[in-house]
Design a protein. Structure first.
Length: 430
């Protein structure tokens, strides 16, 4: 190491090669896993086009059942991530994929409001810990200067799942009657079981840490481990228990709560919102993809600026503000085009939030705290997944329109913006 404390050129070159190899080996599988993961959360919106009538679900009952998923998810989030830290990401992420895939497919067995809600609750338990587990896993493999881009590529699975998920889900609904099953039953089966296959594959592809990566050269392993260890030393001494007393952790949880209300409220209800404009199921499938296509492009462009500036908190406030403005704009007119335009703007902001948000905890939490801290933030924040879909459904039943729900989601994103500005006063950025 030279006098300035930076690694020599040869070491930096080895570090870059190691990161490139890790990106090509790990990210495609993780992104595909999250693609299927998020597909399971939003495909209920397309299943609802026919399932609600078959099961006798009102808008309120459907919203509650879609949201109850997050009760199990939140209760088991922290224990799951602490187990991941103890047993290793390879085994634990594989376990999560298999169990959530089985429960997701089992949603096809629902026979009414109660059984549907119970199965979705179990699916949340099975899936708990996957997202924050992957975010923690990325901190073990990529130094900060690479992590933002890696996170953006991973998070691109969210809008991509919605881009492809709409047409795919609507096409699957056309299997109605095949082998005596409803189209929505095939939807859950065919979009759930692939997670089980991916879980088995991950046992052979994932590696817990760079130290265990036989597919890296010794020089690359040493360089990458050294870069990551230098970061950890800066954040040493911040334990998980201590992190729970940190006001920044609670602010992040509150911001995520507001954000989740927006992203899952629109994710679950967008197909039904579009259907209310007298569109066919096929039109709903393709039109619903447009806002997510634009959101994906916007997220990747925003991530490039974020990677250069490293001002995560500032950009978090901006993305939340854009999302809130988009929701308010979507109710300015009763016609389809302004509504879709407003929702598209909202999804540009919503799609970009996560890259900013999940870059923040690792800037002040140590390795010992980041796994549990991320899980805690995600567990508390993800309770918004219970509130968002249920709120929109209840307001739809009460008012007879989706406008109140869209305004409610916009208000929560404004609150997230204000909370982020408070957080900015507590975190100094260069």
């Amino acid at each position: 190491m030279d006098n300035s404390g930076t690694a020599p050129e040869a070491s930096r070159a080895a570090e870059l090669r190691a990161c490139n190899k890790a990106a090509w080996r790990l990210l495609p599988l993780l992104a595909l896993g999250y693609f299927i993961n998020y597909l399971d959360r939003t495909n209920v919106g397309f299943a609802a086009l026919t399932m609600n009538n078959d099961l006798g679900l009102t808008a309120s009952q459907f919203g509650f059942a879609a949201g109850i998923f997050y009760i199990g998810y939140c209760l088991f989030e922290v224990p799951s991530n602490l187990a991941l830290y103890r047993y290793g990401a390879r085994i634990w992420l594989a376990r999560i994929m298999v169990t959530w895939g089985l429960f997701a497919a089992a949603t096809s067995l629902a026979a009414g409001p109660v059984s549907y809600s119970v199965i979705r609750l179990l699916a949340g338990i099975g899936e708990a810990g996957f997202f924050p587990g992957v975010i923690f896993y990325l901190t073990l493999w990529f130094p900060a200067q690479y992590r933002t881009r890696m996170m953006a590529y991973f998070l691109a699975a969210i809008p991509l799942s919605s881009v492809l998920g709409g047409p795919l889900s609507v096409a699957t609904l056309q299997l109605n009657g095949w082998l005596g099953l409803h189209g929505w039953q095939w939807l859950f089966i065919l979009q759930g079981l692939p997670a089980c296959v991916l879980g088995v594959i991950s046992l052979y592809v994932l590696t817990d840490t760079p130290a265990k990566a036989t597919w890296l050269t010794q020089e690359e392993r040493i360089a990458l481990q050294g870069a990551i260890e230098r970061e950890r030393q800066v954040r040493a001494g911040h334990s998980f228990v201590r992190s729970l007393k940190d006001v920044r952790v609670w602010l992040l949880a509150a911001i995520l709560f507001c954000y989740i209300i927006g992203i899952l409220g629109v994710g679950v209800w967008l197909p039904t919102i579009l259907k209310s404009h007298r569109l066919s199921d096929l039109q709903v499938g393709f039109i619903s993809a447009f806002p997510y296509i634009v959101g994906s492009i916007g997220m990747l462009i925003w991530a490039r600026y974020l990677a250069r500036s490293q001002k995560f908190v500032l950009h978090l406030a901006l993305t939340c503000g854009v999302a809130g403005a988009g929701f308010f704009a979507s109710v300015a007119s009763d016609s389809l085009i302004p509504a879709v335009a407003g929702i598209t703007v909202a999804l540009i902001g919503l799609s970009s939030v996560r890259t900013c948000f999940y870059s923040i905890p690792a800037t002040f939490l140590s390795k010992e705290a980041v796994a549990g801290g991320l899980a805690f933030i995600n567990a508390v924040g993800s309770l918004g997944g219970l509130v968002g879909p249920a709120m929109v459904g209840w307001l739809r039943d009460v008012t007879g329109s989706f406008k109140a729900g869209l305004i409610g989601m916009g208000a929560m994103l404004v609150l997230a913006t204000l909370l982020t500005l408070v957080l900015k006063s507590l975190i100094k950025e260069r």
